[in-house]
Design a protein around this ligand. Structure first.
Ligand code: NAP
Length: 258
């Protein structure tokens, strides 16, 4: 690309197809709507069937949306999602691995069941779905995979050992995939959101003291709303980021700068 070629059109996703996991609520919904506003058609894979609001938000943009019910803790879902998207749209340009779960308990009481449940959704499904989608993208000779990390991709946290392990793992997978898939013109990057107002963080926000401690540590002085993450996902899905690969992009109101 030359300087003369560059324009805002580099952020335009018209004609592209994006899979977003967990795209019917919280951050996933914001990623899906952002990609639709930038021009992409959506294939949303989600466990719940609460699709009404997301459907209207996407249809308002004039883009197509297809919902697919899938539990990402089940390995068979991975192939079904990729095959489903191929059947509907015939290609996969963008994959956003957003679905995630969190279970809180003190380390000494943490159960094996909770460890496995978190690792299955947050790390194993990211690996297997990315691998399956990358096979399609390699054939297309282009693709964008966007993983969702966390501040817990960098820090240890408390009471959430598998969440921390899984989000460190997501950062590792982002780099490992980038190293092997760059040659196929596939870029894999991650977004590490800071503290965002969603169902996932409702228990922390409900704890007045913890909430005040968190806000006092964020240079922006507030929690993020899901819309604060919309620009980053469009950027990482677009041609504008074609020379970025294997990066974990913090969108955290300055949290990591402290
Ligand atoms: P959320 O509102 O709880 O959304 C999580 C999404 O993941 C939901 O759509 C949920 O579907 C889906 N999901 C969970 N388990 C699933 C499974 N087994 N199969 C399929 N889908 C499943 O939380 P969120 O805050 O938007 O989180 C989205 C992502 O951002 C997660 O990866 C999270 O770790 C990450 N993140 C969040 C924050 C934050 O502050 N909120 C910060 C950093 C990173 P159901 O509705 O069916 O449960």
């Amino acid at each position: 690309m030359s300087m003369k070629d560059f324009s805002l059109d580099y952020f335009n996703l018209t004609g592209q197809t994006a899979i977003v996991t967990g795209g019917n609520s919280g951050l996933g919904q914001a990623y899906a709507v952002a990609l639709a506003k930038a021009g992409a058609d959506l294939f949303i894979a989600a466990r719940g069937a609460n699709w009404g609001e997301t459907r209207s938000l996407i249809e308002e943009t004039g883009r197509k949306v297809h919902f697919f019910q899938a539990d990402l803790s089940e390995r068979k879902s991975v192939k079904q999602i990729v095959d489903g998207c191929m059947k509907v749209y015939g290609k996969i340009d963008i994959l956003v691995n957003n679905a995630g779960t969190i279970r809180r308990a003190p380390l000494l009481e943490y159960t094996e069941e909770d460890w496995n449940a978190v690792m299955d959704v947050n790390l194993n499904s990211v690996y297997f779905l990315s691998q399956e989608a990358a096979k399609v993208m390699a054939g297309q000779k282009r693709g964008k995979i966007i993983n969702i990390g966390s501040m817990l991709s960098f820090q240890g946290g408390k009471f959430i050992p598998p969440y921390t392990a899984s989000k460190h793992g997501v950062a590792g997978l982002t780099k490992a995939f980038a190293n092997e898939l760059g040659a196929h013109n596939i870029q894999i990057n991650a977004i590490a959101p800071g503290y965002v107002e969603t169902a996932n963080t409702a228990p922390i926000r409900a704890d007045e003291q913890r909430n005040a401690e968190i806000i006092s540590r964020i240079p922006a002085g507030r929690w993020a709303s899901t819309s604060d993450l919309m620009g980053a996902v469009v950027f990482l899905a677009s041609r504008a980021s074609d020379y970025m690969n294997g990066h974990v992009l913090a969108v955290d109101g300055g949290w990591l700068a402290r």
